[in-house]
Write a protein that binds this ligand. Structure first.
Ligand code: DON
Length: 305
């Protein structure tokens, strides 16, 4: 396995030259777009690492399935799916075009920014600090890393420049999807996106979903299986945004990308995989990361279809 991962990093390394690190969040543009790393964790907790696996990066949209789990635990399915739909959009992750044309107006799914902001608004807590701590605590548990924390520079960078998300959020309040203080909801969303991880943390998070909510740390199921099924289904249908169909054909693993260049994969009952490759394609997904996953899926027959 170790050798296979090393071989795939070498084979696909040139793809890092075919894309660029995100620049709409200025701090993300400081990432080294030449990096490429992968970590795989199997059900027995065995870890395999290759390439630039030690690089730190922020979770960005990889936070969306995890925060969705917490929102479902906090509120139940009915409340969550009153605010956000279950269908793919075919539009970019930060698009707002359908928000106004659909009647009633409701974000189509929890993986696009509009839907994720609506989901974040449902996290329970007495204060915004408590809400964030509850999110961070879940990330720490499922990544097996009690030291996870926020990257302040990335958080402040997005908070300062995130006007598209701001406009989405104010629109959502106007149509009654968001309730309460919009700036506070956005602040929580920017914080969740700025949690800093490595490929190994992400592989462990993927493993947690692959293991149907079983937490290796405590030896207990901390989330009901059917909620992890909902989340993994969204990862299949919307996890790679408007590239989800092609990705399902070529890779076939429930996955979620982030604009930092990370990809979190959950191969049901088999393994979690974390990949980093900050050079992105035009849809905001890691180019070299996807290439590695295509090869890995074929070599190990990981497609769930
Ligand atoms: O809200 C944003 O735009 C970012 N914090 C997250 C977007 C993202 O990761 C899209 N993924 N490919």
């Amino acid at each position: 396995m170790q050798l296979l991962l090393k071989k795939l990093i070498e084979k696909n390394r040139d793809w890092v030259n075919h894309g660029k690190a995100a620049n709409y969040i200025p701090e993300l543009n400081k990432m080294d777009s030449k990096n490429l790393g992968v970590v795989l964790v199997d059900t027995g907790g065995k870890v395999y690492r290759a390439g630039d696996y030690q690089v730190k990066f922020t979770v960005q949209s990889m936070s969306k399935p995890i925060v969705l789990l917490l929102a479902l635990l906090d509120n139940g399915e009915d409340t969550v799916f009153k605010k956000v739909g279950k269908e793919p959009t075919g539009d970019p992750f930060n698009s707002m075009v359908k928000l106004e044309t659909l009647n009633p107006s409701k974000p189509l799914n929890p993986m696009i920014n509009a839907g994720a902001i609506a989901v974040t608004s449902l996290i329970r807590g007495k204060s915004k600090e408590e809400k964030f701590f509850r999110i961070l605590d879940l990330f720490r548990k499922i990544s097996q890393n009690p030291k996870l924390d926020i990257n302040m520079d990335v958080y402040l960078s997005e908070k300062k420049t995130g006007d598209r998300n701001r406009s989405i959020a104010y629109f959502l309040r106007d149509v009654g999807i968001l309730e309460g203080d919009v700036e506070e909801i956005l602040d929580l969303y920017f914080r969740q996106c700025s949690i800093e991880v490595t490929c190994e943390d992400v592989a462990n998070m993927g493993m947690f979903l692959a293991n149907q909510g079983f937490d290796r740390g405590s030896g207990k199921n901390i989330v009901p299986k059917y909620l992890t099924q909902i989340v993994k289904t969204f990862m299949v249908t919307c996890g790679m945004y408007d590239a989800s169909g092609e990705y399902a054909i070529n890779v076939g693993i429930p996955s979620k990308s982030g604009v930092s260049g990370g990809i979190m994969c959950a191969v049901p009952n088999k393994m979690g995989i974390g990949v980093i490759g900050p050079a992105l394609d035009l849809k905001g997904n890691s180019i070299a990361g996807i290439k590695i996953l295509e090869d890995l899926s074929k070599e190990l027959k990981l497609s769930i279809f």
